[in-house]
Design a protein around this ligand. Sequence first.
Ligand SMILES: Cc1ncc(COP(=O)(O)O)c(C=O)c1O
Length: 429
Amino acid sequence: MNPQAEQLNKIIEEKNPVVLELLSERGKNIFFPKKGILGQTADAKGTKINATIGAAIEDDGSPMRLEAIASKVGLDPSLIFPYAPSFGRPDIRAKWKSMIYEKNPSLEGQELSLPVVTNALTHGISMAGYMFLNPGDEVIVPDLFWGNYNLILNNAYGASLTKFNLFKNGGFDLDAFKAKLEYGGIGKKVLILNFPNNPSGYTPTFEEANAIIEIIKESAEKGNKLVVITDDAYFGLVYQEGIATESIFASLCKLHENILAVKVDGPTKEDYVWGFRVGFITYGIKNGDAHMYSALEAKTAGAIRGNISNSANISQSLLLGAFNSTEYHKQKEAKFNIMKARYDAVKEALTDNKYNECFTAIPYNSGYFMCVKLVDGLDGEKVRQVLIEKYSIGLINLNNVLRIAYSAVAASDVKELFEGIYNACLDCK
Ligand SMILES: Cc1ncc(COP(=O)(O)O)c(C=O)c1O
């Protein structure tokens, strides 16, 4: 093992040996190289003639650039063209951290890592896989989950996804969750919680969230060692009263020294910047301190360095500018209201009882999506085809559950959408 990795492992172990145990073999071996090219480049910072950096510089010291590109973006070239650090830019990391505390007030007093910038959430989940999953490890997910977890965690890291039943009696199936966590005896457990959930569009109620937290705590008290990845892709898009508006990460990161909470989040869906490719990975654990967190950050940045090197500087700059803008919150609220109006239109449309002949809604209250389950005898794939050909309506069929991204449908079109689904179902009966 490289001595730099050994050093980071020692820091982690001294603070909390469980965290070291939770790391994968890759996670144990990785480090952020302080020596070599990066170290020598850092040493040369501020020199008059700096010939270390692998980028081109104009004679006046500014980044070499094509005017055809520079003229399209109203930012200083230094914020666009140079590489960003593998950790992400320090300014946006600090800003995002302060935003995590603002969005989750119950985190007050809990120490967290600085967020490490990833190439959006897919990459954040992938880096969590790198850090914590060995081939053959199981990852607990609900039976309705974002299908890309398969490619990210199974194909890439050889982990297997093991599912629990998500819904019972119109709410979160706590018994199934508890049983899944208890299954297989005491040991390392990795789970992903994604609220608001893709595809169901569900966020647990306060009561359910508290029960989920209690179940995870009990599991840790029994001696299990847990990595809980919270995929907060749709954070903030909660449309009903009585539902947790803070991330469940806020509770998990102070719960028990056997529980490492790994928050994967970012502006992709929250701030409507799908193509920017910026996300964050942030660590929290009871009694965690800056020293241990910085070792985890260095390992994560090392994984990123050996994978994509670093995330786009231009995207980080544009986002930081937005986060610091006095207009940011107002503009975000305006978009939230549009999303909420679409959600309300779905609720309204589904008050029509005739739809029950063909489909029923799966619990939903947040996010971009909702799903309807087709009645027995209807073939989701056939319905999907008819919807495209006869009604010009596109949606996703997931084993006779139709996922509807109402985030992409004007409120005024929502009734027509459900009428189309209903009529397509009748056509297929
Ligand atoms: C639950 C969930 N997590 C993560 C992602 C990926 O987000 P990103 O585009 O930031 O990689 C998605 C995208 O659809 C998602 O639905």
